[in-house]
Design a protein around this ligand. Structure first.
Ligand code: 13P
Ligand code: SF4
Length: 360
């Protein structure tokens, strides 16, 4: 295997976000719970929430017959649901994926400025340049990318399928041009024996986990197991007892016998981990203060833009206000992005069945 970091790529030097839940917002969200529930039922909408959203939003999804899951599951559930209105509580690429897979549905987002640092690290114009520089490589994009980048890619993966796709492409003799997460790119190369040209992007949340401080946490809690999302730095991954996507980490806590876990992923996941394991303890893994994006804990500032008040606005507004919440993807982009997204769903399905054809 080898990993080659791509150079001279224009990326944001810093990210201008500072949103954290305030006590006032959290109080407001609890107060609006019944109203939000009514709005969802009245509009016959399906609320699909990522594990990283605030517990109140996840509870709202549970109480309205909605869905909580990882990025792959969110895409599939939106497509398979008979509902005509889907509310995606997460970040923009998740809303775009839902719209690409279900163009006939209305896909609403509480806050359209909910970005993702990975998505922001990869512009279509830069990818075009890198594709020209590596014309023989297979372009594999993480789901955390814009519709435009997806439309330029051969494959899309989520963290639950990335290593398996690396192995699959290695067996076909293909080299990978990977966008945009540097850490996941390295993880794919390490675990699949593939040659990976990796983009230097990063998730500001997972990139903040700090190996030395986490090693100390492990010493202090010798019986605890460390769970790590592969968007984290390699030295943090190296300490892990289990590496996986959000769903895979959650599933692990349900079958594993440990009583305490140190968790290196976004803190919204604690809601489902605690709910599934009321007798176990979950501790947040330590983060470092990074100059360009100081975080004092692993809370995604863009996921934190989702709120119940905004879910109500998305559903109840009309005209120009409604447009501010409605995901649209240009037809040409959508048609091209659908191919690798559909391939992702077929790949994930074949993987689950243990029956991978070599011509997907
Ligand atoms: P998964 O939910 O697929 O593990 O991805 C995490 C993520 O990056 C969401 O922002
Ligand atoms: Fe993007 Fe990281 Fe936030 Fe997920 S946690 S949305 S990868 S910035």
């Amino acid at each position: 295997m080898s990993v080659i970091m791509l150079k001279d790529i224009a990326m944001p030097k810093e990210f201008e976000v500072s949103h954290k839940f305030t006590a006032q917002e959290l109080e407001e969200d609890s107060r609006l719970f019944d109203q939000a529930k009514e709005a969802i039922l009245k509009h016959d909408a399906l609320l699909i929430a990522h594990y990283y959203t605030h517990p109140t939003i996840q509870r709202l999804a549970e109480e309205t017959g909605g869905f909580i899951g990882d990025s792959l599951e969110m895409a599939r559930v939106g497509m398979e649901s008979p509902k005509k209105t889907i509310v995606v509580a997460g970040v923009r690429f998740m809303g775009e994926s839902a719209k690409i897979l279900s163009p006939e549905k209305t896909v609403l987002m509480p806050d359209m400025s909910a970005e993702c640092s990975l998505d922001l690290c990869c512009k279509g114009s830069e990818l075009k340049r890198m594709k020209e520089a590596h014309p023989n490589a297979t372009v594999v994009a993480y789901a955390n990318t814009s519709a435009e980048v997806k439309a330029m890619s051969d494959w899309i993966v989520t963290s639950s399928t990335a290593v398996e796709l690396g192995k699959y492409l290695k067996a076909r003799g293909e080299e990978i041009l990977w966008v945009p997460d540097r850490h996941l790119g390295g993880y794919i190369a390490d675990n699949s024996e593939s040659t990976v040209y990796t983009w230097p992007g990063r998730c500001i949340v997972h990139d903040s986990f700090e190996a030395a401080a986490i090693a100390q946490q492990k010493k202090d809690m010798p019986d605890a197991k460390l769970l790590v999302h592969p968007e984290s730095p390699a030295d943090v991954v190296a300490l892990a007892d289990k590496v996986g996507s959000t769903s895979q980490l959650l599933a692990f806590t349900k079958t594993d016998s440990a009583k305490t876990y140190i968790v290196a992923t976004e803190r919204g996941i604690f809601y489902k981990m605690k709910q599934a394991n009321p007798d176990k303890n979950f501790v947040e893994a330590a983060v470092a203060q990074r100059a360009e994006m100081p975080l004092d804990n692993a809370e995604c500032p863009w996921m934190a833009l989702n709120s119940l008040g905004k879910i109500i606005s998305a559903l109840e507004s009309t005209g120009a206000e409604r447009d501010k919440h409605t995901i649209e993807v240009a037809d040409d982009v959508r048609v091209n992005a659908l191919k690798p997204l559909d391939r992702l769903l077929r790949f994930a399905e074949a993987l689950k069945k243990g029956d991978l054809p070599n011509d997907l």
